[in-house]
Design a protein around this ligand. Structure first.
Ligand SMILES: [Zn+2]
Length: 284
């Protein structure tokens, strides 16, 4: 799944290309891509035609395009969804699902999705914050993210620290890759009980989360299977800067110990046995 840096990369590209443009016509090529839009494809195209995209917003891993009608287009990238800008005369992609053409002669917006887990929907009145997304916590790159409230909430929870980082109602945008990277930087094993962490330790961890997300945004995100691309179809290169994720058996960049892989929440977790010892007292 794309995490905050990959989605932010798409957001920045879209903001450059679609903000302020008026939609002329929407073509739904595959009904599954708009299955979350319950009124169906004819309604989807009708409510968008003639509307102007006023910006591109993001919270955590969620992206939406506010419209001058007060509604918003929500984009779910899923596993393989791509939002691409293409000249109108460019050949259709094999997995093109939705085409958005604008009233000017500029490039069109195409939603391309190989595995069709993603999709688009219209959120009525959702321009400022779609109700579909309102339960998601602010992400740590949001200027209104409340550091002290996060520190207190995490320490109150009786859970494991990696599980807390992945809890989108506590902090959004962090997934498996960036959680492992932040925990490696903080020297914390993901199974450490949150209620045993000190305030300064949680603040340090939050600082590492922010650093790793910021660095990954500059790199255009992490690309593992060539599906996470920006609006021009280009891959990010943060995979070259990873210290933990995907590095089982390779030397720790800090101490040289071979990194280990463990199963956690049905996913692989990567950590250094020496820098990130397992907790002596795991969560009971
Ligand atoms: Zn190490």
């Amino acid at each position: 799944m794309p995490e905050l840096p990959e989605v932010e990369t798409v957001r920045q590209g879209l903001a450059t290309w679609v903000a302020g443009r008026r939609i002329e016509q929407v073509e739904v090529r595959h009904p599954r891509a708009i299955r979350r839009h319950l009124p169906g494809d004819v309604h989807f195209a009708a409510v968008l035609a003639g509307r102007t995209v006023t910006g591109v917003s993001r919270r955590g891993k969620y992206l939406w395009l506010p419209l001058d009608s007060g509604d918003a287009i929500i984009a779910h990238l899923g596993m393989s969804g791509q939002l691409l800008m293409q000249p109108a005369d460019a050949p259709d992609e094999t997995h093109l699902r939705v085409r958005v053409a604008f009233a000017d002669d500029g490039p069109e917006l195409r939603f391309v999705d190989q595995r069709t887990f993603g999709g688009l929907s219209v959120s009525e009145g959702g321009a400022a914050l779609p109700t579909e997304i309102s339960h998601i916590a602010r992400d740590p790159m949001d200027p209104l993210f409340d550091d002290e409230a996060f520190v207190a909430a995490l320490r109150r929870k009786r859970t494991e620290v990696k599980r807390a980082l992945l809890d989108q109602t506590l902090i959004s945008g962090v997934g498996n890759i960036y959680a492992d990277e932040a925990l490696w930087r903080a020297g914390l094993h993901g199974a450490r009980p949150t209620d045993a962490l000190t305030g300064p330790a949680v603040r340090r961890l939050l600082g590492h989360v922010r650093d790793v997300l910021a660095e990954a945004i500059v790199a255009g995100g992490t690309s593992f299977d060539a599906l996470y691309v920006n609006v021009n179809g280009e891959s990010g290169y943060f995979d070259r800067a990873l210290n933990a994720y995907g590095r089982e058996g390779q030397p720790c960049h800090r101490c040289g110990t071979a990194l280990r892989r463990e199963q956690f929440m049905n996913r692989s977790s990567y950590s250094c046995p020496r820098c990130q010892p397992r907790p002596r007292k795991p969560l009971r």
